[in-house]
Design a protein around this ligand. Structure first.
Ligand SMILES: [Zn+2]
Ligand SMILES: [Zn+2]
Length: 379
């Protein structure tokens, strides 16, 4: 089959690779219909992730059609249209049973890497072949889906492929941002980052009854999108003092919940477990948050952060929460909301390309060129 492979630092190439096969009774094979780029992939592209090898297939957000199921798969049949959670989790270990799917003990075939970097193994993720589980990615014609009954979900008929593909990662991550922040009616919420995750966090906060939701970014085209498609308020940090402006819009106190949806990959160098991630947006979120409020870290971070304002966290009585997304918990609910037209995501797919033009899609996405929010590939 054809697949978009890592070819070295900042290099991608579409290559011929072996077709995936069923390896366990709970596996299935999915023919990919849509596969989206994600900020988390940029660290891989830049060669900042250990154990990535030339020829590894990238991509973790996808939707497709089931073509083959293992003997123990109960919930899926060939022909089903499914969206697959980007996180690989067993559904049966202690952490999965608590709903902490991203913390799964059995989601990785090579837990030594995450044990060394973070002290414990975590769940896997597609398209992070060496470091997060050993699973080939979705920028390909076919994907092997382990634990198929746990991680794959039938897409309701009225939901388009371009909408549903975001239920794989960006939408559950956004929902989790609002949930970890405990967002409820009357809250003022600020979100740093107007990419797909930031926009979907803002949308989730509004669905949960937030009174005001403000999205902070530097790109006017993204902020216009936030206004038009999400209904949140834009705030361009190039023109104003963010903390002062947020106080102004929240009764002089600061937002109740501040969500960082920027992450380290876009700008900072550094490697897993040893890298110096640069937390500029995170620092601003901590400083802007009202006393007693909650700061949620949603961006992808892998290493250490220096100059983190711990003094502000302690003296302002802040709660800091974070996780990789536990999508298995929320994807069915998000698909229902998509089917009822409460949650629209297709505007995020600003660039639709054939897989053959994957390299070009990543260049657009990485450089934020031509208003690119996400490039979505079809094999
Ligand atoms: Zn992602
Ligand atoms: Zn598990």
């Amino acid at each position: 089959m054809r697949a978009l492979c890592w070819a070295g630092t900042d290099e991608l190439a579409v290559r011929e690779v072996p077709d995936p096969e069923l390896r366990n009774a709970q596996d299935m094979i999915v023919r990919v219909r849509r596969s989206a780029t994600c900020g988390a992939d940029l660290a891989l592209l830049g060669g900042r992730t250990p154990f990535l090898a030339v020829g590894d297939v990238l991509g973790h957000e996808f939707l497709g059609e089931v073509v083959e199921v293992g003997p123990e798969v109960r919930r899926h049949r060939p022909g089903d249209r499914v969206v697959v959670c980007a996180a690989v989790s067993c559904g049966a270990c202690w952490f999965c049973r608590q709903g902490l799917f991203a913390c799964c003990d059995n989601g990785s075939t090579g837990p030594a890497v995450t044990e060394a970097a973070w002290g414990q193994p975590t769940g896997g993720c597609y398209g992070h072949p060496g470091a997060l589980g050993g699973f080939a990615g979705s920028h390909a014609e076919y994907v092997r889906v382990p634990y198929a009954d746990v991680g794959a979900f039938r897409v309701p008929e009225p939901v388009s492929d371009d909408r549903a593909v975001f239920a794989s990662d960006a939408a559950p991550t956004g929902w989790m941002g609002a949930e970890l922040g405990g967002v409820g009616p009357g809250d003022v919420v600020a979100v740093w980052g107007a990419g797909a995750v930031g926009q979907l966090t803002a949308g989730a906060a509004l669905l949960r009854g937030a009174e005001r939701v403000i999205v902070v970014d530097r790109h006017d085209d993204r902020l216009r999108m936030v206004q038009r498609h999400v209904g949140a308020e834009p705030l361009n940090y190039r023109y104003v003092d963010v903390a002062a402006e947020l106080r102004e819009r929240s009764g002089g106190r600061g937002p109740d919940v501040c969500v960082e949806a920027v992450g380290a990959e876009a700008e900072a160098p550094g490697r897993w477990g040893g890298g110096a991630d640069r937390p500029l947006a995170l620092r601003e979120a901590v400083h802007s948050c009202r006393k007693g409020g909650t700061v949620v870290v949603l961006g992808t971070w892998t290493g250490f952060v220096d100059a983190f304002p711990l003094g502000a966290v302690m003296n302002k009585g802040l709660s800091v929460r974070s996780s990789r997304q536990h999508g298995q918990r929320w994807i069915p609910m998000l698909l229902d909301r998509m089917a009822r037209d409460e949650l629209r995501t297709e505007h995020l797919a600003t660039h639709r390309l054939p897989l053959e033009r994957g390299t070009e899609g990543y260049a657009l996405f990485r450089d934020r060129a031509d208003g690119c929010v996400r490039a979505v590939f079809s094999p």
